[in-house]
Design a protein around this ligand. Sequence first.
Ligand SMILES: Cc1cc2nc3c(=O)[nH]c(=O)nc-3n(C[C@H](O)[C@H](O)[C@H](O)COP(=O)(O)OP(=O)(O)OC[C@H]3O[C@@H](n4cnc5c(N)ncnc54)[C@H](O)[C@@H]3O)c2cc1C
Length: 386
Amino acid sequence: MNSMQKYDLIIVGGGILGLSHAYHALLKKKKVLLLEKNSQAMGASIRNFGQIVPSGFSATWQGYGRSSLKHYLDIASQADIAIRQEGSIYIASDDEEIQLLEELHQINQSNDYPSHLLTAEECTFRYPNVTKQYCKAALFFPEEINADSQKTIPAITLFLIKNLGLDVAYNRTIIDIYTNAHEVIAFDHQGDKWLGEQLVLCNGDEFSTLFPELFAESDITLVKLQMMETVPQINTLKIPGSILTGWTIRRYESFQECPSYQTIKSRENEQDFQRRFGVHILFKQTAEGSVILGDSHEYADVNQRDDLRLFETNEVINSFMTDAASKIMDLDYKIARTWIGCYSQRKSGEIYHHTIDDRIHIVTAIGGKGMTGSLGWAEEHINKIF
Ligand SMILES: Cc1cc2nc3c(=O)[nH]c(=O)nc-3n(C[C@H](O)[C@H](O)[C@H](O)COP(=O)(O)OP(=O)(O)OC[C@H]3O[C@@H](n4cnc5c(N)ncnc54)[C@H](O)[C@@H]3O)c2cc1C
């Protein structure tokens, strides 16, 4: 690798969106370089739940998510990328949520996407730690995948390097990108220039370095999430797959397509603590036996990033979440780690993409669906670029 070689494609940003673009370009036999400002990807892609859940998204994004499932499995057949296909389960806690599960089940039957309704007894039999007081019924999606993102992202990167010939340069903050008649040039903070035919910028939630004026006038919102991880409890607990619960049913986009959704939502009080901090309760057990749980959502306009106070954790939110979680699942709630994640999303629209001079393709603000949708969406995008 040298900075005077001309690449077919330069990717800036080593999160899941950048890796997904690299993957599809490499499959087309393109010569690809990935530039990342840190010693590895450090953004939302390694801080998330790793729930690859097409069932949670709109019809279009369910399609991208289903393509992603195939791509993850395909990569996993060639390299260990720390994913498990153990399905996802949505657990209803009252009649309204049961109604939404039944309607989502119907929608997915017509979409040909497998899902199974479970009674409360069937659910608590399969997931013995789920409390009988909470669980009233459930909907299971058997094809869905769980990633251990802190391992999966580096493992996919390694797979792309070793198996498909990706070049990577870490610790390179790109501070300028421009074009001339023949190429696109990425200029890094060490003073090196990288040349490409095309460039895809997947900068995640970093909007101050490149094209700040473009982002300042966009409809991008930043979202701060709080996450927790319990101590390992591998001998006492086995929770397969992703567990999503009542407030998720009342939140995820796929349920918005259910006929009863608007009526049910209109009965909720927007001033409730849970609604104000966008809390819903999700669980996932890691291979080491700890349980990741969360999450909350606080929002700020792209120009008001500092309002999010990304340097601090709100302990009131964390104790609200562990309290709510303990009513759903019996487990040891001794917390080993907490962290904050941030992603970008659009106020209107599902992803931000913008092309400059036919060579620079900016792609970000994929929202809370990046682990699920990126591999599918990037395939379509790369097919348009090449
Ligand atoms: C707490 C949390 C939970 C989530 N749970 C899920 C989930 O279960 N399922 C799901 O589908 N999605 C989930 N998401 C959403 C998902 O993580 C994001 O949509 C996705 O990671 C966004 O990927 P990205 O590549 O756009 O951004 P990032 O992962 O943020 O990557 C951007 C990269 O670009 C690099 N970069 C930025 N600027 C430059 C520059 N100038 N030069 C060089 N490099 C640069 C950064 O260092 C970074 O590594 C969650 C997100 C969070 C925060």
